[in-house]
Write a protein that binds this ligand. Structure first.
Ligand SMILES: C[S@@+](CC[C@H](N)C(=O)[O-])C[C@H]1O[C@@H](n2cnc3c(N)ncnc32)[C@H](O)[C@@H]1O
Length: 268
C-alpha cells in the first residue's frame, strides 16, 4: 500500500508555502500587460522585479517569447532558491532571459526597463521619507521613457492593529501576524507562520520590519521623485461570494474599509 504524503513542518518548503499563500503571478503578469495597454505605453518587454525573493513573477514573465526579467534581491540565499525553482519551472531558453541580481533596490543600476515592480509591500523597509524618495527616484531613473512603476499597499484601520489572521489552505494554514505597531512612527513588525494538519508549526518563517505608509504619502513621494501621474487601483468586492474580488478599479475616492489592498501605478 502506498503511504500518503503529508505536508508537515519538517518537509515543507517555506518559499513554496509563501508563493501559494500570497502570490498570484499569472494575475500580476496580466495586470502589467493591461496597464501598458490602458495607458498606451506600447508593449512591455522588460521588467525589473525588486525585492524578488523567489523571483516568481519574473519566472512567469519570461514564459512569454522575447521578454526579459531582471530580478533583484539583497539576500544571496533567496536568489539561490529563486534559481533552483526557476530551473524546474521554465526552459533553458527562458532561463537565459531571467537575470537574478544581488543588489539593493535602493541604489541598484541595471539596464533600463519598461516596468519596475515592488510587490507585497516590500518597499516599506524604507522607513524614512528621504530613503523612500531615494528608492522611487532610483526606479524613475531606471525606467525607459514610457515606463511604468507598479507597487502595492495595504491599509484600513485593521492595518494599525496588532492582530493575527489565519487562512486555511488544503495542506496547511497561513498565519499573518501583525505583531507590533507603533502609532508614533507607524513602525510595523509582522511575521508569517505556517501550521500543518499534523499539528506541527513553522513559527516566524518570515519577518517584516516595516513602516506603514499611507497612500497620500506614497503618492507625494512618487511625484517628488518625478512620476507625472500616479493612479490608485483599489481591490473590488465580490458581493455574491462576500469576499475580495480579483478585480482592481482606478478610483479617486473609496470607502474607509477595515482592510484594503491597492495597486499604485506610477507613470514616468
Ligand atoms: C516580502 S519578500 C518579497 C517577495 C515577493 N516580491 C512578493 O511579491 O511576494 C521581501 C524580499 O525583499 C528583500 N529585500 C529586503 N530589503 C531589500 C533591499 N533593500 N533591496 C533588495 N531586496 C531587499 C528580502 O531579502 C526579501 O527576499
Amino acid at each position: 500500500m502506498k503511504r500518503k504524503y503529508q505536508l508537515t513542518a519538517k518537509n515543507a518548503d517555506i518559499y513554496d508555502l509563501y508563493e501559494q499563500s500570497v502570490q498570484s503571478v499569472e494575475f500580476e503578469v496580466e495586470f502589467i500587460n493591461k496597464m501598458f495597454k490602458r495607458y498606451n505605453r506600447g508593449i512591455c518587454l522588460d521588467i525589473r522585479e525588486d525585492f524578488c525573493s523567489s523571483a516568481f513573477i519574473s519566472t512567469e514573465w519570461v514564459k512569454a517569447k522575447n521578454k526579459n526579467a531582471y530580478a533583484v534581491d539583497i539576500d544571496k540565499s533567496a536568489l539561490k532558491i529563486a534559481h533552483e525553482k526557476a530551473k524546474n519551472r521554465i526552459s533553458k531558453e527562458q532561463l537565459n532571459r531571467l537575470f537574478l541580481i544581488k543588489g539593493n533596490s535602493l541604489n541598484v543600476k541595471l539596464k533600463k526597463v519598461n516596468c519596475i515592480l515592488a510587490t507585497n509591500f516590500s518597499y516599506w523597509v524604507f522607513k524614512e521619507r528621504e530613503s523612500l524618495k531615494k528608492y522611487f527616484f532610483n526606479t524613475y531613473n531606471n525606467l525607459k521613457k514610457n515606463g511604468i512603476f507598479i507597487l502595492d499597499a495595504f491599509g484600513g484601520y485593521e492595518a494599525h492593529q496588532e492582530l493575527e489572521e489565519k487562512t486555511k489552505h488544503k495542506n496547511f494554514t497561513y498565519v499573518w501576524d501583525q505583531s507590533s505597531f507603533n502609532p508614533i512612527n507607524n513602525d510595523l513588525t509582522c511575521y508569517i507562520h505556517f501550521e500543518f494538519n499534523d499539528g506541527s508549526k513553522i513559527n516566524k518563517a518570515f519577518k517584516y520590519d516595516w513602516r506603514l505608509w499611507s497612500l497620500p504619502e506614497i503618492t507625494e513621494c512618487l511625484k517628488a521623485a518625478g512620476f507625472k501621474q500616479v493612479d490608485i487601483y483599489m481591490q473590488g468586492w465580490d458581493k455574491k461570494k462576500d469576499e475580495e474580488s480579483d478585480k482592481f478599479y482606478c478610483v479617486k475616492k473609496c470607502d474607509a474599509d477595515a482592510g484594503w489592498i491597492a495597486y499604485i501605478v506610477a507613470l514616468r
